[in-house]
Design a protein around this ligand. Structure first.
Ligand SMILES: NC(=O)c1ccc[n+]([C@@H]2O[C@H](COP(=O)([O-])OP(=O)(O)OC[C@H]3O[C@@H](n4cnc5c(N)ncnc54)[C@H](O)[C@@H]3O)[C@@H](O)[C@H]2O)c1
Ligand SMILES: N[C@@H](CCO)C(=O)O
Ligand code: NA
Length: 434
């Protein structure tokens, strides 16, 4: 089958993540799209010897990628609003699909970009532009399309949240944490965009537009950053029972839309108060669904690439699939559904909480731990409750390490057969995923 051909522009944090994810998940992506997806051409200004570009044609002239015959979808990951605008407009003009992670570009020039794309009949996808890996554009634009959205609010700059978290939890200095965020690939090329709230304002502009159905109006967004916050403010807020978070808020009122980005005190027990580090989180209130919450990594190479590649899949489907079947019903194409078996419950792995009712006699604990040890089950903690009357039975509560459920059941069968174990064990799985 003919591959979908990708022209990748830029070779920075997000582009490298995109190359890696496309390579690693090549066959999974092909099963979703219905055709192979291949990076054929890379627009690269400066070589990076540690990035493997084997089998990829390197193009020095970025704009040439937009018109290249060996490119179906142009992926813009250079950032900025000058060359990036020219590149995206040239790609649209050439009839190519476009994927971009560039929120500045969409917030400022999105109205003209989408008009051109509409006229030319091509798709411009920008999921990575807002809240990195969280599929928030898709959630609002498709998943919530039944609703009149009343408001949305969230932490939408990973660098800023990382800085505030490290300052408040570890007392670290602003400049030192910012330098770390830059080294980790979270920050914008000009980090004042993160610190002064401009990046969050770009994202909030985009969110308000898709939530409320208004044109993109970046200039109308009130913007205040975190640069003026001091450790003293953070400590004072803490004493009062609050966290300080940098929030974007877009809210419909009777008289118009509030569109604002600024530091905010929030009670410590609120969900958003506990979203830390590079994580982003958004709450969206629809009139039918009520409040909904979305959280995940807001920046970083592979998390952002997750959104870029999802957009590539979406655009590729518009190029290849039968219009009646653009999104396969089961996400993968019907003839590409796999044969991985579903495991029976005794084949799963889990940690366990066990409660055993035992006779209060010497040696009972060692009999139990021996049976667990025989099945290579480690004990993370053990609590034996005290009783008043020496003839009473006592509960023993154990937390185990992760083990195959069949092994746990075998050990429990032996434990329950012990004379000193008086009742069937209570076994509750301890989940470490959530
Ligand atoms: N880093 C993240 O976590 C993240 C998350 C979401 C969105 N984004 C967005 O993704 C885009 C890329 O971000 P990044 O972090 O990968 O940036 P980066 O600075 O790591 O990479 C940018 C790449 O583009 C190239 N480039 C920049 N200007 C160029 C020019 N004029 N001509 C030719 N090449 C040029 C650079 O050489 C570099 O290879 C930006 O729009 C950014 O806002 C980044
Ligand atoms: N600099 C941005 C990248 C993700 O958009 C952030 O820290 O959130
Ligand atoms: Na996103």
């Amino acid at each position: 089958m003919e591959p979908i051909k990708i022209g990748l522009c830029g070779l920075g944090t997000v582009a490298q993540g995109t190359l890696e994810v496309l390579r690693r998940n090549q066959s999974e992506i092909e099963r979703r799209v219905g055709s192979p997806v291949k990076v054929t051409c890379a627009g690269v200004r400066t070589d990076k010897p540690d990035v493997d570009l084997s089998g990829i044609r390197v193009e020095r002239d970025m704009l040439a990628v937009a018109t290249a015959a060996d490119v179906d979808i142009v992926v813009e990951l250079i950032g900025g609003t000058d060359l990036a605008l020219k590149l995206v407009m040239a790609a649209i003009e050439a009839g190519k699909g476009v994927v971009t992670a560039n929120k500045a570009l969409i917030a400022i020039h999105g109205n003209e970009i989408f008009a051109a794309a509409q006229a030319r009949g091509v798709m411009v996808a920008f999921e990575a532009a807002v809240a990195g890996g969280i599929p928030i554009i898709k959630a609002i634009r498709e998943g919530l399309s039944a609703n009149r959205i009343q408001w949305l609010a969230g932490i939408i700059n990973g660098t800023g949240n990382f800085i505030l978290t490290e300052m408040s939890e570890k007392g670290r200095a602003f400049d030192e944490v910012l330098a770390e965020a830059q080294a980790l690939g979270y920050a914008e090329a000009d980090p004042t965009f993160d610190v002064e709230g401009i990046d969050a304002a770009h994202k909030l502009t985009i969110l308000a537009s898709i939530a409320f159905g208004v044109p993109l109006q970046f200039d109308a967004c009130y913007t205040e950053g975190i640069g003026a916050l001091t450790p003293a403010d953070v400590a004072n807020a803490d004493q009062l029972g609050y966290k300080i978070k940098h929030l974007g808020v877009a809210k419909r009122t009777g008289g118009g839309i509030e569109l604002r980005v600024h530091p905010t005190l929030m009670p410590k027990n609120r969900l958003l108060s506990n979203v830390n580090g590079v994580l982003n989180a958004l709450q969206v209130q629809g009139d039918a669904v009520g409040p909904t919450t979305y959280t995940g990594p807001g920046a970083g190479g592979e998390p952002t690439a997750s959104a870029v590649v999802a957009d590539i899949v979406d655009v590729a489907r518009t190029l290849t699939a039968d219009p009646l079947n653009r999104v396969p019903h089961l996400a993968f194409h019907a003839d590409a559904l796999g044969g991985e078996p579903i495991l029976s419950i005794d084949q799963i792995h889990s940690a366990y909480y066990l409660r055993l009712q035992v006779a209060d006699t010497p040696g009972v604990l060692s009999q139990i731990t021996k049976r667990l040890g025989d099945h290579a089950i480690s004990i993370e903690s053990i609590v034996q409750k005290q009783v008043q009357d020496p003839h009473d039975s006592v509960p023993v509560v154990l937390l185990t390490g992760v083990v195959k459920e069949a092994d746990m059941n075998a050990a429990l069968a032996e434990i329950e057969a012990l004379e000193s174990v008086l009742e069937p064990a209570v076994k509750i799985r301890v989940e470490s995923l959530v």
